[in-house]
Design a protein around this ligand. Structure first.
Ligand code: FAD
Length: 384
């Protein structure tokens, strides 16, 4: 019977756990079942790209086991359990053949890594790191090795470059773009970060793709699309993430880049909600922690009976490249304006203003990051 069925939350990442923590405060008696494909350990995903510099194992990054979380939150958590199908009309999710009833369903199942298409026989040595188990596997693979090739120069590629350089590795970064952090930074700021990372010994190969990787004795040999060859020991792919959509599409939910939700985080099915990396809130897919925290607070209220819309304030992104700190609030794609940039070595302040002089975004590096507080006051909210 769907009314006495629990609220079911799929996913125990930051979105799932933060939602349930908030919901538990408002609804102490509510039956809640969480289902997760992984082992359900609670961890802070941003720590995955600072773990080499701090020399932390996966176990050390885990803050609590699923059992401890279940007890603390007074809920049931099913771990290592993958939902395979959703029947919205019947209010059931399926784990293989097994049906599970829900009263309300929350999709917090995150984003999946985009796998690179690379020829050669060394696909088994290309790692992506998007959860604690990936991180553990990669650490084991990198143990005792010297060289790492990172594919991708976005936020995650750059963070790993800095972190693994701090951890003592020799790093090559290959990315098919003219500058690093292309979707976040104007060129002057990207150059400042690149020079800082090069100072740590990181070598950038910007422009080509990695087209082929083969085993070559104990090492790996990577061929780039410009013909260059690099020797390395292990490869990290950080070419991007995309919201998990498959099950949502099969369930008939409206999707676009992410699972489409309104400001109450409600999908096109009234009793199914989504938040975190899988969700597209009013056209925005924001793969960051701050938006999912705001969503968790709003959705907890809605699920406990007080319909509440999410709002996003100003949400600058910190890129964890400590050699050249970066804080950026990228302008929305839809707005027009111009970057005005001041550079002084590693210290760059770039402000994106429209023709009326209004600030719509900024990028700060080095010592300039401290100006974020003043600039944040000038910025418009992302979702007022
Ligand atoms: P996830 O953490 O991916 O959780 C998804 C959950 O769903 C998992 O439990 C998974 O097992 C489960 N699941 C998936 N499919 C199924 C299924 N079919 N059945 C059952 N369970 C399923 N953001 C910042 O704001 N600041 C940072 O500094 C920052 N650094 C980052 C560094 C790295 C290396 C990475 C990868 C991301 C970083 N991010 C950062 C982004 C941020 O970590 C994510 O936005 C956030 O953790 C997403 O949480 P989530 O709960 O939506 O997804």
């Amino acid at each position: 019977n769907e009314n006495s069925a629990p609220i079911v939350v799929i996913g125990t990442g930051l979105a799932g756990y933060n939602l349930v923590k908030e919901l538990r405060k408002l609804a102490p008696q509510q039956d809640i079942l969480m289902i997760t494909a992984d082992d359900g350990r609670n961890y802070s995903k941003p720590m995955l790209s600072t773990g080499f510099g701090k020399n932390k194992t996966a176990d050390e990054l885990a803050m609590a086991s699923a059992a401890a979380m279940a007890e603390q939150l007074n809920i049931v958590i099913r771990t290592n359990t993958r939902v395979t199908h959703i029947d919205a009309a019947a209010h059931k999710v399926f784990v293989g053949e097994e049906p599970i009833d829900y009263s309300k369903l929350v999709l917090a199942w995150g984003a999946e890594v985009i796998r690179p298409r690379v020829e050669g026989d060394a696909g088994d040595r290309i790692y992506s790191i998007n959860d604690l188990e990936d991180y553990a596997r990669f650490r084991a693979a990198a143990d005792g090795k010297k060289r790492v090739l990172i594919m991708g120069a976005g936020l995650i590629g750059c963070e790993y470059a800095n972190d693994m350089a701090n951890g003592g590795f020799e790093i090559d970064v290959v990315a098919p773009c003219e500058q690093l952090l292309p979707s976040l930074l104007p060129p002057e700021a990207a150059n400042a970060v690149q020079h800082g990372l090069e100072g740590l010994g990181v070598r950038f190969h910007l422009g080509p793709l990695v087209s082929r990787i083969v085993h070559d004795g104990d090492e790996l040999s990577a061929t780039l699309s410009n013909g260059e060859t690099l020797k390395t020991d292990v490869v990290v792919s950080a070419i991007g993430l995309r919201p998990r959509l498959d099950l949502a599409i099969k369930a008939g939910l409206q999707v676009n880049h992410g699972i489409v939700v309104n400001r109450q985080l409600q999908t096109s099915e009234p009793d199914i909600y989504a938040l975190g990396d899988c969700a597209e809130v009013e056209g925005r897919v924001l793969l960051y922690v701050l938006p999912l925290m705001a969503s968790a607070r709003a959705l907890a209220k809605t699920l406990s009976g007080e319909a509440t819309e999410v709002s996003y304030g100003v949400m600058p992104v910190t890129v964890k490249t400590p050699v050249v700190p970066v804080v950026v609030s990228p302008p929305a794609l839809s707005v027009s304006g111009m970057w005005q940039t001041e550079c002084d070595g590693a210290d760059v302040q770039a402000e994106f203003r429209n023709e009326n002089g209004e600030l719509l975004g900024y990028a700060l590096t080095g010592a300039r990051v401290m100006n974020k507080v003043a600039l944040n006051k000038e910025l418009p909210a992302i979702l007022p």
